[in-house]
Design a protein. Structure first.
Length: 277
């Protein structure tokens, strides 16, 4: 029990102090994880088929991220945004400004590959590097990640799933929009699992996964609690989505629910994970 300077119980101040310490521990945990994340160096040759080499380097960098590591590629970058700073913030260990994206450059986001050697992966001020930037390639379409690999090989980060949903990637949409399924969500930071199902009444697999992209929790109780405690950014950085079993639209709902329950018991997602029932 927190006590004030006169020795009396002060639950209001105690609650405030507990919240401050909770936020501090979360910041320390994230700082430690970022500092100690294993780094993987990705390189490509600027010889032979340069276009293929650059595309391969980008693909391998994304693979490194999906595995939970930090990619280091000394001089090949994909342009993802250009922003104008509108306000500087007095913060430490966080984004130190507010900014809005410049629409006039939006057509180039995800398409322009730039050669630039820099020491940090964070954003930089354009005026400090503009003389050293070299455009290697402008892709005809947005680089939108991996093609659909088959149901038994689906394993997506939140970023990859978000890209598929928001860009309406045709091969993935065609594969998932009419499929019933039992699926797995894994918190790669805590190691906890959530087993879910898509059986038509609650939406086919594409719709269910679109719900997770939209709000992070899809209406599930314990996933909501994760977001309430750590924020949606935690989900975006740590959650992974995979298919355990898939079925065509004619399969009876009860079969899918029975298999969902079997996977929950097998993976311990009720006792130790993120399933509340």
């Amino acid at each position: 029990m927190f006590k004030n300077s006169e020795g009396y119980a002060d639950p209001t101040a105690g609650s405030a102090m507990n919240q401050i310490m909770k936020e501090y521990r979360q910041q320390q945990k994230k700082r430690y994880a970022d500092k100690n994340r294993r780094k993987i160096y990705v390189a490509s040759r600027y010889a032979g088929d340069v276009d293929a080499n650059v595309k391969a380097a980008i693909g391998y960098c994304r693979l490194v991220i999906d595995k939970g590591y930090m990619p280091i590629s000394s001089d090949t970058w994909l342009l993802t945004t250009i922003k104008e700073i509108t306000k500087y913030l007095d913060v430490v260990d966080a984004v130190g400004y507010e900014a809005h994206e410049l629409d006039m450059y939006r057509q180039f986001f995800g398409r322009v590959i730039i050669k630039h050697r820099k020491s940090r992966p964070q954003g930089v001020y354009f005026k400090t590097v503009q003389e050293r930037l070299e455009v290697l390639q402008i892709l005809p379409t947005i680089f939108d990640g991996i093609d659909f690999p088959g149901y038994d090989k689906v394993r997506l980060s939140y970023e990859q799933l978000s890209t598929i949903i928001h860009r309406n990637k045709r091969d993935w949409v065609a594969a998932l929009e009419n499929q019933k399924a039992v699926y797995l969500i894994t918190d790669r930071c805590s190691g906890k699992h959530y087993v879910g199902s898509a059986y038509g009444e609650n939406g086919m697999l594409l719709q269910r996964w679109a719900n997770y992209v939209n709000d992070g929790h899809g209406g599930n109780k314990l996933l909501k609690e994760v977001i309430e405690e750590f924020g949606i950014q935690y989900v975006e950085q740590n959650f992974q989505y995979a298919i355990l079993e898939n079925y065509n639209a004619r399969v009876d709902k009860q079969i899918i629910l029975d298999r969902e329950s079997w996977w929950k018991e097998t993976l311990g997602s009720r006792a130790f994970g993120l399933n509340a029932n």
